[in-house]
Write a protein of this length. Structure first.
Length: 204
């Protein structure tokens, strides 16, 4: 039996600077200095049933990076995408993007996360799922010192482009793609329902 798979392209960009360790502060400095970080990613899930049963819903990520101090089209390796990680003590889940890159003979590790949570005064569904708080670490993993930070975002046009690139892997046709999109959407929307709709229902 063939596994249902999906792949799609996602572009996120935003102000980002070296020398900052806090994403919000890095974003402000990046705006002032016109320093940007852009991630051109292809995200894949070769087995959507496995993605759905995995608590972190882990997929694959391949990307190139444009970063003002480093240049354009920088290749990355060891990319990981986690659709939703386990909720922490505050009930927040994270959508995680991670990969390694090199520049000037040095290793760097990129970590970005979207904070998915239901706020007490309403939901910020759009902001939560399109805002990536990002840090760049020296070395090959997140344990290295933070050498840059900023915030990447996904605009409405970017979301529309993302949706248009959704397809089954390995040359699947229209029917296979429709099945893949429906199965992926069930996982994605199910997690959003648990985060946003259920807490609101408790007060009704």
């Amino acid at each position: 039996m063939n596994k249902t798979s999906i792949t799609f392209d996602e572009k996120m960009s935003g102000p980002f600077v070296q020398g900052s360790t806090d994403p919000e502060q890095g974003a402000e400095k990046g705006k002032a200095t016109n320093s940007e970080f852009t991630m051109h990613a292809t995200i894949s899930a070769p087995d959507l049933d496995a993605l759905g049963s995995d608590p972190d819903h882990t997929g694959q990520l391949q990307a190139t990076v444009d970063y003002t101090p480093f240049g354009k089209g920088i290749p990355t390796t060891n990319g990981v995408f986690k659709l939703f990680t386990r909720p922490d003590q505050t009930g927040t889940k994270n959508m995680v993007y991670e990969f390694c890159l090199q520049h000037g003979g040095e290793d760097y590790f990129f970590h970005g996360h979207k904070n998915v949570r239901s706020d007490a005064h309403g939901t910020d569904l759009w902001k939560d799922t399109t805002t990536l708080y990002s840090t760049l670490h020296k070395g090959k993993d997140r344990s290295g010192p933070i050498v840059g930070a900023g915030i990447l975002s996904l605009g409405l046009l970017d979301v529309m482009k993302l949706a248009s690139t959704m397809r089954a892997m390995n040359g699947g046709g229209v029917e296979e793609t429709a099945t893949a999109v429906a199965k992926f959407g069930k996982v994605f929307l199910g997690e959003l329902w648990d985060t946003y709709a259920k807490p609101l229902g408790k007060g009704l």
